[in-house]
Design a protein around this ligand. Structure first.
Ligand code: PMV
Length: 307
């Protein structure tokens, strides 16, 4: 029996603009994770999702089933033709459709568990490429940032189609992650942004350029440990996301609560219109911000550290 895990993730800067070739910054979040177990068992390959109360065989899986796709692509990649003799169980503590990378983490844990079960070692880049194929099924036109940050399990400065750059962190970054409790599928927000971009390319290209500039400034500020600048850039990024209709009353409420409690900056993280927001805090303000987010109705609050 083989069990492996993969973490969740947050996007610090650049979501949505990253789909259009601008840079983005993301970090893994190890406080939440997906876990896959592979066991040898006679009979057809069975997929077991106890969290969702689902169990089915690979043969019975719907054509657009992300887990079945991940398993088939991975077995092909490992050079295994048989579709028998495996029992695969996947669990996850990452809430679904909240911008924390649940889909990519489930796929990453599954790819790793299958490879390990068959005694093969895959590089992070091979894992990332396999998970990207599942992301296409889940999200339509993913930039690839989720599979990259989760498969590499390191902070990444990411530009679509390029190898990820790992970056220096000049001073520890403490983030409080607040969940609105509102699921918001990325496919929908990404599709809405695409329609708006098609209808008004000049405006959207200018917005993406502005976001791209602030991501590059954030990269520099993070490397130099200039936390006040990092916070201000998060606020500026949030303002652009808000302008593009990607925030929501629930997100705004949590972001304003974080600001009022002394956060250095706050913004939505991921697809938006729901899901999670993040706030940059210090050891002096973290407890106050956590309390404020809970009072403002956060369904869950996580503290994470980037070093
Ligand atoms: O999966 P989410 O909700 O974290 O969103 C991914 C980030 C987007 O930029 C909105 C989409 C993408 O493919 O990069």
């Amino acid at each position: 029996m083989t069990t492996t895990r993969a973490p969740g993730k947050i996007i610090l800067f650049g979501e949505h603009a990253v789909v259009y070739g601008r840079p983005a910054i993301a970090v893994p979040v190890t406080q939440v994770y997906a876990e896959a177990t592979v066991e040898a068992k006679p009979g057809p390959v069975t997929l077991h999702l106890p969290d969702l109360g689902r169990s089915y065989t690979l043969l019975d899986a719907p054509e657009d089933d992300p887990l079945a796709l991940t398993v088939c692509k991975t077995l092909d990649h490992l050079g295994l033709n048989s579709r028998n003799g495996l029992h695969i169980t996947v669990r996850s503590t990452i809430p679904i459709a909240r911008g924390l990378g649940s889909g990519a983490a489930v796929a990453t844990a599954t790819v790793r568990a299958l490879a390990q079960h068959f005694g093969q070692s895959l590089s992070p880049s091979e894992v990332s490429d396999l998970v990207y194929q599942t992301e296409v099924l889940l999200h339509g036109t993913p930039s690839g940032i989720d599979n990259t940050v989760i498969a590499f399990e390191q902070p990444v400065y990411f530009v679509r189609g390029k190898p990820p750059e790992h970056f220096a962190v000049g001073a520890p970054l403490y983030f409080v992650i607040g969940d609105t409790g509102v699921p918001s599928p990325t496919k929908i927000t990404v599709g809405d942004v695409r329609r708006a971009w098609e209808a008004n390319r000049e405006t959207y290209e200018a917005r993406f350029n502005a976001i791209g500039r602030l991501v590059r400034q954030a990269y520099q500020a993070i490397a130099e440990g200039q936390l006040v600048t990092v916070g201000a850039l998060m606020d500026a990024n949030q303002a652009w996301l808000h302008t593009m209709g990607l925030s929501s009353p629930e997100l705004n409420r949590l972001i304003e609560a974080a600001w009022a409690a002394g956060a250095l900056g706050a913004k939505l993280s991921g697809g938006g219109r729901g899901g999670n927001m993040i706030a940059l805090v210090t050891p002096d303000t973290e407890q106050e911000v956590i309390r404020a987010l809970r009072e403002a109705g956060a369904a869950n609050v996580i503290l994470t550290l980037v070093t």
